[in-house]
Design a protein around this ligand. Structure first.
Ligand code: ZN
Length: 257
């Protein structure tokens, strides 16, 4: 696979402030993460997409703590802290990560703090951040790989995102499965239809623009169309008409480029 500039940057960065990371939380399933045995595939994939349409969702691949990367002789750092820091550089404050994986946690969020007031942070903290912080929220909504998430899972996801964005309208929500394409694409496209009332073809297009090239499993796309509509995705179309329906935030002050 072609190496993208995103991962090239990763490989030359030295991790900072990550020596405090502790073992993964024990209160999850006992499944071993298959992504760890496919770590090269993981490391070659782009780390995260752009905010999805006008929502406050950012799709990404799973963060992995550095100790696992070292164990697997791979070095393309992307911990939860890296994800949050990279978004901050773009003017985006991630306040919540929704984890769709179905195995033991392979990253830690317990020490990750984020600015509580993004507007104040970007106005005042150009060098050293002194504003009030809050812990990064982490929510697990476990989805089995290669299976279609059922309606209970979709409903749980939509309520989780809507509740968080209502409470923190200037913060963003990271969403990931292992690689951030199929389960993630399925569930966020469902969200765009159910919570943002977007047409499924627009939702699929928006996801493909955010996390290029979009959902990879054709059966996932087929199932979404079966559930929500009859039109297929057409990412070749003029993309100016990405739905403006998903106005989740009152924040339109160009806090991200
Ligand atoms: Zn600050």
């Amino acid at each position: 696979m072609k190496t993208n500039p995103d991962t090239q940057i990763d490989k030359h960065q030295t991790p900072q402030n990550e020596t405090h990371i502790e073992p993964p939380s024990p209160n999850t399933s006992s499944r071993v993460a298959s992504v760890l045995s496919k770590i090269y595939k993981w490391s070659e994939l782009q780390r995260f997409g752009k905010p999805l349409a006008d929502s406050h969702i950012i799709p990404h691949k799973t963060p992995i703590d550095n100790k696992y990367l070292l164990q697997h002789n791979q070095w393309a750092p992307f911990s939860a802290l890296t994800f949050v820091d990279e978004q901050l550089k773009k003017g985006i404050v991630v306040g919540c990560i929704i984890d769709l994986t179905n195995h033991d946690m392979i990253y830690d969020v317990r020490s990750v703090m984020v600015p509580r007031d993004p507007e104040r942070h970007f106005a005042e903290c150009t060098v050293n951040c002194t504003c009030p912080k809050m812990p990064l929220k982490h929510v697990r909504i476990q989805c089995v790989s290669k299976e279609f998430p059922d309606n209970t899972i979709i409903k749980n996801f939509c309520e989780t995102v809507d509740d968080f964005v209502q409470q923190f309208p200037n913060h963003y929500v990271g969403v990931h499965c292992s690689y951030g394409f199929n389960r993630t694409g399925f569930i966020v496209c469902s969200y765009l239809v159910e919570s943002c009332h977007m047409h499924i073809s627009d939702a699929l297009k928006a996801f493909a623009q955010s996390r290029v090239p979009g959902i990879k499993h054709q059966n996932f796309v087929d199932e979404l169309i079966k559930r929500y509509g009859h039109e297929g995705p057409n990412v070749q179309e003029d993309q100016h008409d990405i739905s403006q329906k998903c106005k989740l935030s009152i924040d339109n002050n160009n806090t991200h480029p």
